[in-house]
Design a protein around this ligand. Structure first.
Ligand code: HEM
Ligand SMILES: [Cu+2]
Length: 540
């Protein structure tokens, strides 16, 4: 689409855009009753940012406690409650809804040329369930005998014995599961039913395919953890004997059920993130994506094989040696489709004339940290080495590289990529790049020492440690301050742009997918006329 065409569009603004649109209600009420997928995307965005920042503060407090051996600002029980709440917040309130709830909601319908998702009201209900679930988790902190101290994993039998308020926290997570299921269902149906004329499945932008694979995981895996959580509640309230060996239950059964969901769940977190990166790379390489079909297949393969590797979380639990090596082998297999994506991103950049801009830097930073996370995952996936580093700081480093380095980086990358489309404002590029550099340095300084500490044998989930771990912990804690500074720069820069100091522009990157063919901010139903699609998504 030529620039000339873009300006014509702007001048012919007849319809109100989604930001100024007023339905029956005004102000906040107009937002929380709106079924517009873009407004719902922003509802998720603001609430998730709130929880994310709360989780960051908890992380900083934990790191401050760990700056030296012995007690600094909190004792053991407070630390236990804090890593539990931090984990619950970051997992269930930030990375599980994640890129899909914000950018999937906002952009999926636009990317496939639709006016909204298939079930707009159900979509709004997902957000309400998300808020209700969050409130119930929050309540768990204040009633009963103090904040839950089980870790976000709620492992039995401890989760059945502790006097802290596990029932409320688990109920909150149960409700959040429904929010996730309904979002997945909505996206799957939307892609089946609402693609624009001419958009065959293999012309769909790859972010759509990533959300499609994610949707099936949300739909099929989440009920498993829902039932597991119900069993924990039933066990605590009625003493049934599912998981507690003292009354005939099996604690290992809990671990199986939990990870049958929670391993696929890491793909709920990472697939949409990979999808967003796959949109960013061709736009800045100014070249069509290398291996479109391979990326589609790898997304679906990850979604499928991801169901069969949960046992790698349980290598030390006393499983049979046959199941251990089978799970180990399958874990290595699931690494292949992720590696295919990294290969395709790199191949797309090969011999391209790269437009070096902020979202591109985020994408590269993502690939870098995600690969460190992925390679450390292989250490955990192979039996011999996992036994050595299980339950140490190595694991904490690994999953932060994956969930924060992966999903978190992609989240911020997607935000910098689509921000001008969402708000019709461009942020200050220089400040954005500085923020990213500071953030990136801090991130690696915070988490990389934890690999080393884990190899030395520093256990996770303790507020205290032996003096031999001191120096690497100082480095890590100072890293957390640098990272927080970078985060502040990034966020303040975006808030200033949102408040209006940025330039207005429809398509700052000359992107080719459908969202770049409509004015910014998009009108209420996205398109004045549903477009007809005549070619693949990234034709440069
Ligand atoms: C400023 C940012 C962050 C800091 C400083 C931080 C720090 C920490 C620390 C110190 C722990 C406890 C380790 C232990 O004692 O075992 C922890 C656990 C955890 N973090 Fe973070 N973290 C941050 C961001 C994140 C993000 C963005 C996510 C997810 C996307 C995340 C997910 C988790 C999870 C799942 C746990 C495990 C909780 C548990 O053991 O039950 N963190 N983090
Ligand atoms: Cu896993």
């Amino acid at each position: 689409m030529s620039k000339q065409h873009m300006t014509d569009f702007n001048n012919s603004h007849k319809e109100p855009n989604y930001l100024e649109y007023r339905g029956k209600y005004k102000g906040i009420l107009g937002w929380i009753t709106s079924t517009d997928h873009k407004r719902i995307g922003l509802l998720y965005f603001y609430s998730m940012m709130f929880f994310f920042l709360a989780g960051v503060v908890m992380g900083l407090l934990m790191k401050y406690e760990l700056i030296s051996p012995g007690e600094q600002i909190m004792g053991a029980q407070t630390y236990n409650g804090l890593f539990t709440l931090h984990g619950l917040t970051m997992i269930f309130l930030f990375v599980i809804p994640g890129v899909a709830a914000v950018f999937g909601n906002f952009f999926l319908p636009i990317l496939i040329g639709a006016k909204d998702v298939s079930f707009p009201r159900l979509n709004l209900m997902s957000w309400y369930l998300y808020i209700i679930g969050a409130i119930v988790v929050l309540i768990s902190q204040f009633i009963g005998d103090g904040p839950p101290d089980t870790g976000w994993t709620f492992y039995a039998p401890y989760s059945l014995k502790t006097n802290t308020n596990v029932v409320a926290a688990v109920t909150g997570a149960f409700i959040l599961g429904f929010s996730s299921i309904l979002t997945g269902l909505n996206f799957i149906v939307t892609m089946h039913r609402l693609r624009a004329p001419g958009m065959g499945w293999l012309r769909m932008p790859l972010f759509g395919w990533a959300l499609y694979g994610t949707g099936w995981i949300q739909l099929l895996a989440t009920p498993v953890v829902g039932i597991t959580f119900l069993m924990v509640i039933a066990e605590r309230l009625l003493g049934i004997g599912f998981f507690d060996p003292a009354i005939g239950g099996d604690p290992i059964l809990y671990q199986h059920l939990f990870w049958i969901y929670s391993h696929p769940a890491v793909y709920i977190m990472i697939l949409p993130a990979m999808g967003a990166i796959t949109e960013i790379i061709p736009t800045f390489a100014r070249k069509t994506i290398f291996g479109y079909t391979a990326i589609v297949i790898s997304s679906m393969a990850i979604a499928f094989v991801g169901y069969f590797v949960w046992g790698h979380h349980m290598f030390t639990s006393g499983m049979s040696s046959t199941s251990r090596w089978v799970f180990s082998l399958l874990t290595f297999l699931v690494a292949i489709p992720s590696a295919i994506k990294v290969f395709n991103w790199t191949a797309t950049l090969y011999k391209s004339s790269i437009n070096l801009q902020t979202p591109f830097y985020w994408a590269i930073a993502f690939v870098f940290v995600f690969m460190i996370g992925g390679f450390s995952g292989l250490v955990l996936g192979s039996l011999a080495t996992d036994i050595h580093v299980h339950d140490t700081a190595f694991v904490v480093a690994h999953f932060h590289y994956i969930v924060f380095g992966g999903t978190g980086f992609a989240f911020f990358g997607a935000l910098h990529y689509w921000f001008p489309k969402m708000f019709a404002k461009v942020y200050n590029f220089k400040v954005a790049n500085i923020g990213l550099i500071v953030f990136f340095i801090g991130f690696n300084m915070l988490y990389f020492p934890m690999f080393y500490l884990g190899l030395l044998g520093m256990p996770r989930r303790y507020y205290d440690y032996l003096p031999m771990f001191h120096s690497a912990n100082i480095l890590s804690t100072v890293g957390s301050w640098i990272m927080a500074t970078g985060l502040l720069i990034i966020i303040i820069n975006l808030i200033r742009a949102r408040k209006g100091s940025g330039k207005e522009i429809d398509d700052p990157w000359d992107g080719k997918t459908l969202e770049w063919t409509i004015p910014s901010p998009p009108i209420v139903e996205n398109f004045e006329q549903i477009p007809e699609v005549k070619h693949g998504p990234y034709e440069y």
